[in-house]
Design a protein around this ligand. Sequence first.
Ligand code: F6R
Ligand code: MG
Ligand code: MG
Length: 365
Amino acid sequence: MSKTTFSIIKADVGGYPGHATVHGELMEVAEKKLSASNDLINYHVTHCGDDLELLMTHKEGEDSEKIHSLAWETFQEATEKARELGLYGAGQDLLSDAFSGNVRGMGPGIAEMEFTERKAEPVVAFLMDKTEPGAFNYPLFKIFADPFNTAGLVIDPSLHAGFRFEIMDIKRDKTIMMNAPEEIYDILALLGAKGRFVINKVYPKEGSKLPSDEPVAAVSTEKLYQIAGEYVGKDDPVAIVRAQSGLPALGEVLEPFSHPFLVSGWMRGSHNGPIMPVSQKDAKCTRFDGPPRVLCLGTQVKDGKFDEPADLFDDPAFDMVREKSADIAEYMRRHGPFEPHRLPMEEMEYTTLPEVMNELEDRFQ
Ligand code: F6R
Ligand code: MG
Ligand code: MG
């Protein structure tokens, strides 16, 4: 059987209200557009916060012109609807008027992977709002390299060899492939600097039950402010993770989200705050435009087809995390404009500091 590609392509093409969520009519536009395509096997349209998310399966491979142009046209049509309805920031993530065959570098976020389906193929989509791609460093490291998270790394012979991480230096646009567990200290030296080094993909090792050249996890690594050369909106990342039989179990994939770790983004893309794992119903950003949210949709892919995804954080097992996240959000907020709630000067996506400094320059003695 030929390989299957799972693609998530997403963009903020207008918020309702402000940057909180996506208007139902934009999702209807996307549903209509994707249902009319002959190139998709299946799709699911949803949103996390103000991001319109297209989950798609097909046989066209990664970076397919057909699939990327379908997504691009969908976002354009949704932008027209957003303008008509007077939604906030209509078309904000579509940075170019001319589509040249691939949406990479044009504003939308993309996580894609092409793989040979196993007998049963569990696939999990993580959708985040109000944060950056480096927000996936902590959970993906835990899933694929931390034995305190993933019991299988210790007790399942099929995972015991570990995994390979493809890490991107987003400032220099270079990637490096690193091996876990052999190089975990060096891997963490990079991944801890999550504003600069970002996990792009995870691969099995040679000799694993799975082909070592087919990814088992993929993250969207587009950084909007670097693409546009200035701040135009948060990049709000997405990721795809495959699970079970030779890979971390579904529960091991969800386990890192039992800790509401700190990420940067939140209000004006300029604050640190806790991630909050939420159900689809709560995938909207409210308090101080946040706190940053992560939604998790899981499904089984068979011959490229998949059913209505399960809403995996819609579960009392994560209530405690949400409460803790709300407590941390409150604690962080009390710092107001002070770091480390506010991001360091060079990482803020909005800043008046150069102007303030300019104005005050003469008064410094
Ligand atoms: C963060 C985000 C929001 C906006 C904020 C100000 O990623 O989207 O927090 O930055 O609401 O938005 P504008 O400048 O559009 O008024
Ligand atoms: Mg927005
Ligand atoms: Mg967003």
